[in-house]
Design a protein around this ligand. Structure first.
Ligand code: PLP
Length: 371
């Protein structure tokens, strides 16, 4: 099959298009925060425009932002990272492309959970890397474990914690075991930590606490509420920085300059605490409202998603999501967007809307299902 034909569409974007064309829809399909960024971010945008900072930055990013992110690792996790290991990217999406292109060659394998964020596999396809799907389940807490990887012949494993779509966290013991297994086997561990900060129960640990060889990817789109600024970062082992720099020089030149200056204003603990509390309350409302409507066995510990089993009503999540949109005015994402492993039995609901809207969504869903 040609490369262009291996790419899959991002189904949620199709749902979003139909949902936006309709009136009076409650949008629980959208995986982006509806809250404003920390106030200093907006001040820094103005300041950057006033100073006419319209130039490219160095390919690896603004030195002051790289330093600020290194400091964040010390403050938040107690981990020492030298700023030279921090690489600024065009969203975490840009970071995945850079990471995949420097860890694997065409034909090699990267392990990815099924279900997981749909774009991972498509980054692999773009580079002719083979996605090696690991079927994770409720019983494993949707986590990849070392025993899943034995004899897989993989070059890298890509995990996400908290996970999109399941909202589950990696258990710290498993994260440690996985890091150690990767070190022992000479396999790269890529850890997507973009939902860090949005953790409501359980322990939030970075892979860097367990392995200095881990490739950690994070960004400003979720917790920092800056999705449209298109800024992410990666922490690399020192010997990989030059390879990443070469990819960025050629593919991106640099991440957006004004956004990099703006991101310097994002580390506002007081504001971010309110962001976390807002999502924690929304999670409570949606979970309490739906826990006896659907079967929610994946404990929603982080991110802003609930992964709900719908198989008592339907075995076709795409059809269920379309009917829910058209007949009840509630947009959700069908599980099939995230893989093929039992995913037609699930939908993903995002609590990225105000509490009143979530309450109304619950009411509509219950009514639609005749409850
Ligand atoms: C798990 C995960 N990683 C990465 C991204 C992409 O984020 P960015 O805006 O940083 O490219 C998303 C967006 O939904 C996501 O859910």
């Amino acid at each position: 099959m040609r490369r262009k034909d291996r790419l899959t569409p991002f189904i949620v974007m199709d749902i979003l298009k139909e949902a936006r064309a309709r009136e009076d829809v409650i949008h629980l399909e959208i995986g982006e925060p509806d809250l404003d960024p920390p106030p200093r971010v907006l001040e820094y945008v103005k300041r950057s425009v006033d100073k006419r900072q319209y130039f490219y930055t160095p390919a690896l990013g603004l030195p002051e932002l790289r330093e600020r992110i290194a400091m964040y690792y010390k403050e938040k996790y107690g981990v020492d990272i030298s700023p030279e290991r921090v690489v600024i990217t065009t969203g975490t999406s840009g970071a995945f492309l850079v990471a995949y292109s420097i860890v694997a060659d065409g034909g090699e394998k990267i392990a990815i959970a099924d279900p997981s964020y749909p774009c991972y596999k498509n980054f692999a396809h773009l580079l002719d890397i083979q996605p090696h799907f690991v079927r994770v389940s409720e019983k494993d807490g949707f986590q990849i474990k070392p025993e899943h990887l034995e004899h897989s012949g993989i070059r890298a494993v890509h995990i996400s914690s908290p996970s999109n779509p399941t909202g589950t966290l990696y258990d710290p013991h498993n994260l440690k075991d996985l890091c150690l297994w990767c070190e022992k086997k000479g396999v790269f561990l890529i850890s997507d930590e973009i939902y860090h900060g949005l953790v409501y129960s359980g322990e939030e640990r970075t892979a860097l606490e367990f392995s200095q060889n881990a490739i950690v990817i994070n960004g400003f789109s979720k917790y920092f509420c800056m999705p449209g600024f298109r800024i992410g970062w990666m922490i690399l082992p020192p010997e990989m920085v030059r390879s990443a720099e070469k990819v960025i020089q050629n593919v991106f030149i640099s991440a957006p300059t004004i956004s990099q200056y703006a991101a310097l204003g994002a580390f506002d603990e007081e504001y971010l605490q309110k962001v976390r509390e807002t999502f924690a309350e929304r999670r409570r409302v949606l979970y309490e409202g739906l826990k006896d409507v659907f079967s929610i066995t994946a404990k929603p510990e982080g991110a802003f998603y609930i992964w709900a089993r719908i198989d008592r009503y339907s075995r076709d999540s795409h059809d269920f999501a379309l009917k829910l949109l058209r007949e009840a005015g509630v947009a959700v994402t069908p599980g099939v967007d995230f893989g093929t492993n039992e995913t037609s039995k699930y939908i993903r609901l995002a609590y990225t809307r105000k509490v009143e809207e979530l309450e109304l969504a619950v009411e509509r869903i219950r009514k639609y299902l005749g409850l």
